[in-house]
Design a protein around this ligand. Structure first.
Ligand code: BGC
Length: 752
C-alpha cells in the first residue's frame, strides 16, 4: 500500500489532501474534504453526509444478508463476501467503501457451515476467555480476529457479546462474558479494543436483556430502570467504555413492552443520551419491526435483509422521509453515526483486502499459539483430590473415554461458528442446518497428550458404559470427556450433561476412582458424580488449539489459572426462574408476543449476588478455581482514592510450581443497602515463580460502590464503612478484610 502524503505536504497543498482507498492514493480536494484524515471523525462524517443524495443515504442504512437464504429465495449479493452475515453497498463516487460484516465472537465466523468452508482460527468460547481473568489475552484474541477479518475482507465485525448470565441454561452463554458486570464488561471491552486495533468497526451486542434464547424473538423482559442500570446495562456500559465499539446491535426481545430495536428508552435515552454513544445502532438479523417507530426511537441501520418481514429501512424509509414522517435530519444522524464509526476506526484509510484464496494467507501457526495461550489460561481446575493432576510420571496406562477426544474438541453453534481448518473432526453430528451441524476442531486432546506422556493411551467412545468401565478398571488413570453442545436459538433443557454422560461418568468412576473428568460445556453444569471422581477440569469450548491446551494442563506443562466467570448452581431449583419462561411450544406470534419474563425477581442480584442474597450454596462459586501450586495473601490495604477506592495487596506463591494467582477484591457496605451483600470490586492476575511474591493493585470504580438513582440519573455512594475483602472466590472465606470509611458522594450516570 502506498504511503499517505505527509502532513507538511498536505499543509502545503491545502486543497489536495490525501487518503488511500483500494491501495492507491486519491486526492482529497476541496470537494471531498471528508477524505482528510487530519479532521475529527465527526467533522468528516458531517461533510460526507452533506454530499450524499437521499438514495445514497438510504442505501447506507439498509444492510443485506450475504449468504444464500433458501426459505426466502434470497441470493447472496455479488459484492458481499461469500457466506457472511452482511453487506452494505458503498458509494464509490464519494470514497465510501462497502461495509462487509462478519460475526466474530470467537473468530471470523462462517454462515451455513456446510456450504462455505472458509477456514479461520477459533479462540476459546467468550466465557472461556473470560475465565482467564486476563484482559491482555482478551485483547490479543480480539487483535487476532481483527487481523483475520482484514485478510478475509471484513471491515465490520459483530462482536463482542456481553449479555449477562442470568440464565445458566442460555444457549449462547458461551458467546458472552459470564455473570458479573465488571468482569464481563472489561473482558469483552478488551476483545473489542483488540478487534478495532485493526482498523475495523466492531459491534457490542445484544442490547439489551437478551439473556435467554427461548422465545428470544418476542419475549417481553420486565426490568426496572435501577436494577437494569446496575446489572446488564452496567456490563454493557463498562464494555462500551473499554472497547469504544463503533456499533451496538440491538437485541431480538422486547424490553418493558417495546422491541429492543425500537425502544426509545434503551436506544435514545440510555445509549445515546446518557452514555453519549457516538456510534450507530444496527438491528439483530430479523430484529427490525417497523420503519417510523424504529427510526425515531433510535435504530440507525436495518441488518440482514431479508430476515425481517419487510425492507423497512429501504424504500419505506425513503417514503417516510419524503413525506416528513421521519425528519431528514434523523436520517442524516443515522448516516453520520455509521460513517463516523468508520472514520473513527480508520476504515477508509486502511481498506480491507478482497480474499483471493480460501485461507487468505492467514498465519495459522502463529494464530494457533494465540488461541492456545487463551485456552490454557481459560481451563479451570475444579477438583483435584490427592493431587491426581498433573498426571504422575509413573502412570503407565490411561483410558481416554468419550467426547470424541481421540479426534478433536467441541465448539458452540450458531452464527458465531468458525469453520475449522480441515473441516469438522466429527462429520454429520447434530442438526444438519443452523444452528448445526456440531463442529469439532481438529485438535485431539488424546493425540496431544500422547506427545507429553509415556503412558499407553487407549480410547473408548463411551457409548457402552460397561465396556468403558471395563477399560477404566484395567487402567492406572481414566480421563473421561464430558460434552454439552449448546448453540444460538435454543437453551439447555437442564444443567445436566446431555444423553447418558452422567451415568457413564458414574460407571467409570466406580470402576476406577482415579478418574479425571474434562468438561467441554457452554456454561455451568451440575455434576452428580462429583464425589466419586478424583479431578475435574472445565475446559469450556477451547477453540482451534484446545486439545493441546487440555493436554498440557493434564500433563502439568501448564499450571491451571482459570477462575469461574459464573456460579455453577447445585440445581435449577436455586435459580430465580427454575423454569425458563416462554417455552410455549407454538409458532404462533400472537401467543408468543404475550409472553413475559420478570427479571425484577432478582433485579440487579445476578449470579453470585443472588446466591448470597438467598443463602444458596452453589456447586462451585463464582471466581473459584484451583492451581497446582498454592498462594498466600498479605498486606491488604484499601483507602478512598478519587471517587473510588484504591486497593493493594501482596500475593506469594507458597508452592513448588510457578503459577498465576487471581487476587479477587469484593466490597460490601457494612450497613447493607445494596441489591446483595457484596460485589466484585476488581481483581489482579499475577504470574509468580515458585516462592516469589508480587504486589497487586485494584482501583474500585465508584459505580461499584454506589446505588443508581433513577430520578437524578446519578450513582449515590452512601457515607459509612465498607468492607474490602480479598478472597479466592465469591464463596470462599475471606483471606483478609479491611474497613474503609467513605464520605457521601454522587457521581454522574457515567461514574464521573
Ligand atoms: C445473531 C447475531 C448475529 C447475527 C448475524 C443473529 O442470529 O443473534 O448475534 O450477529 O445473527 O449473523
Amino acid at each position: 500500500m502506498k504511503k499517505r502524503l505527509c502532513l507538511s505536504l498536505a499543509l502545503a497543498y491545502p486543497l489536495m489532501l490525501s487518503f488511500t482507498y483500494g491501495g492507491t492514493v486519491h486526492a482529497a480536494d476541496a470537494k471531498q474534504p471528508w477524505l482528510d484524515a487530519a479532521q475529527s471523525p465527526d467533522a468528516r462524517a458531517e461533510q460526507l453526509v452533506k454530499a450524499m443524495t437521499l438514495d445514497e443515504k438510504i442505501q447506507t442504512v439498509f444492510a443485506y444478508f450475504s449468504t444464500e437464504f433458501q426459505p426466502k429465495k434470497f441470493e447472496q449479493p455479488k459484492e458481499g463476501r461469500p457466506g457472511s452475515a452482511g453487506w452494505v453497498p458503498g458509494v464509490p463516487r464519494l470514497g465510501l467503501p462497502s461495509q462487509w460484516q462478519s460475526d466474530a465472537g470467537v473468530g471470523v465466523a462462517t454462515q451455513a457451515v456446510s456450504k462455505t468452508p472458509y477456514e479461520r482460527t477459533s479462540l476459546p468460547s467468550g466465557l472461556g476467555t473470560t475465565a482467564t481473568w486476563n484482559p491482555k489475552l482478551a485483547f490479543a484474541g480480539g487483535a487476532m480476529i481483527g487481523s483475520e477479518a482484514r485478510s478475509t475482507g471484513f471491515n465490520v465485525l459483530l462482536a463482542g457479546g456481553v449479555n449477562l448470565m442470568r440464565e445458566p441454561r442460555n444457549g449462547r452463554n458461551f458467546e458472552y462474558g459470564g455473570e458479573d458486570p465488571l468482569l464481563a464488561g472489561i473482558m469483552v471491552g478488551e476483545q473489542i479494543r483488540g478487534i478495532q486495533s485493526n482498523h475495523i468497526v466492531s459491534t457490542l451486542k445484544h442490547y439489551a436483556f437478551n439473556d435467554q434464547e427461548t422465545n428470544r424473538n418476542h419475549v417481553n423482559v420486565k426490568i426496572e430502570d435501577q436494577a437494569g442500570r446496575m446489572s446488564d446495562l452496567l456490563a454493557l456500559q463498562f464494555a462500551l467504555e473499554r472497547g469504544q465499539p463503533g456499533s451496538v446491535m440491538c437485541a431480538y426481545n422486547r424490553v418493558n413492552g417495546d422491541y429492543a430495536c425500537e425502544n426509545d428508552y434503551l436506544l435514545n435515552e440510555v445509549l445515546k443520551k446518557d452514555w453519549k454513544f457516538p456510534g450507530y445502532v444496527m438491528s439483530d438479523w430479523g430484529g427490525t419491526h417497523s420503519t417510523i417507530p424504529a427510526a425515531t426511537r433510535g435504530l440507525d441501520q436495518q441488518s440482514g435483509f431479508p430476515f425481517d418481514k419487510s425492507d423497512y429501512f429501504n424504500a419505506p424509509l425513503k417514503e417516510a422521509v419524503v413525506n416528513r414522517h421521519v425528519p431528514e435530519a434523523r436520517l442524516d444522524d443515522m448516516v453520520k453515526r455509521i460513517t463516523r464509526a468508520m472514520f473513527a476506526n480508520g476504515v477508509m484509510e486502511h481498506p480491507v483486502a478482497t480474499p483471493t484464496s480460501a485461507d487468505a494467507g492467514i498465519d495459522f501457526a502463529a494464530h494457533g499459539k494465540i488461541t492456545q495461550a487463551d485456552a490454557e489460561e481459560a481451563i479451570v481446575l475444579l477438583k483435584n483430590d490427592n493431587s491426581l493432576l498433573p498426571l504422575a510420571a509413573g502412570v503407565r496406562s490411561i483410558a481416554i473415554i468419550g467426547g470424541h477426544a481421540n479426534v478433536g474438541v467441541l465448539s458452540g453453534g450458531g452464527s458465531a461458528q468458525v469453520y475449522p481448518k480441515g473441516g469438522s473432526a466429527v462429520p454429520n453430528e447434530g442438526p444438519a442446518y443452523f444452528p448445526g451441524p456440531i463442529v469439532y476442531h481438529r485438535s485431539s486432546p488424546m493425540g496431544e497428550l500422547a506427545k507429553l506422556t509415556k503412558a499407553k493411551l487407549t480410547y473408548n467412545d463411551g457409548k457402552d458404559a460397561a465396556a468403558a468401565a471395563k477399560l477404566a478398571a484395567n487402567s492406572d488413570v481414566v480421563i473421561v470427556f464430558g460434552t454439552q453442545w449448546l448453540a444460538e436459538s435454543f437453551d439447555a433443557d437442564d444443567l445436566n450433561l446431555p444423553g447418558k454422560q452422567d451415568a457413564l461418568i458414574a460407571a467409570v468412576a466406580k470402576a476406577n476412582p482415579k478418574t479425571v473428568v474434562v468438561l467441554q460445556t457452554g456454561g455451568p453444569v451440575v455434576m452428580p458424580w462429583l464425589n466419586h471422581v478424583g479431578a475435574v477440569l472445565e475446559a469450556w469450548y477451547p477453540g482451534t488449539s484446545g486439545g493441546a491446551a487440555i493436554a498440557r494442563v493434564l500433563a502439568g506443562d501448564v499450571n491451571p489459572s482459570g477462575r469461574l466467570p459464573a456460579t455453577f448452581p447445585a440445581s435449577v431449583a436455586q435459580l430465580p426462574r427454575p423454569v425458563i419462561d416462554g417455552d410455549a411450544k407454538t409458532k404462533d406470534d400472537n401467543i408468543l408476543e404475550k409472553i413475559t419474563t420478570d427479571y425484577n425477581i432478582e433485579g440487579a442480584a445476578v449470579g453470585y449476588k443472588w446466591f448470597d442474597l438467598k443463602g444458596h450454596k452453589p456447586l462451585f462459586p463464582f471466581g473459584y478455581g484451583l492451581s497446582y501450586t498454592s498462594f498466600a495473601y498479605a498486606d491488604l490495604s484499601a483507602k478512598p482514592a478519587g471517587t473510588g477506592i484504591a486497593v493493594t495487596f501482596n500475593i506469594k506463591n507458597t508452592g513448588k510450581r510457578d503459577g498465576k494467582a487471581v487476587g479477587q477484591v469484593y466490597v460490601s457496605p457494612i450497613s447493607g443497602g445494596w441489591e446483595a451483600p457484596k460485589r466484585l470490586g476488581g481483581w489482579d492476575k499475577l504470574e509468580l515463580k515458585a516462592g516469589t511474591s508480587g504486589k497487586a493493585t485494584v482501583q474500585i470504580d465508584p459505580r461499584l460502590l454506589g446505588v443508581y438513582d433513577s430520578a437524578s440519573k446519578t450513582w449515590k455512594i452512601a457515607a459509612g464503612d465498607y468492607l474490602v475483602t480479598l478472597a479466592d472466590s465469591a464463596g470462599a472465606k475471606p483471606a483478609a478484610s479491611v474497613k474503609v470509611k467513605l464520605d457521601a458522594k454522587t457521581v454522574d450516570v457515567n461514574g464521573r
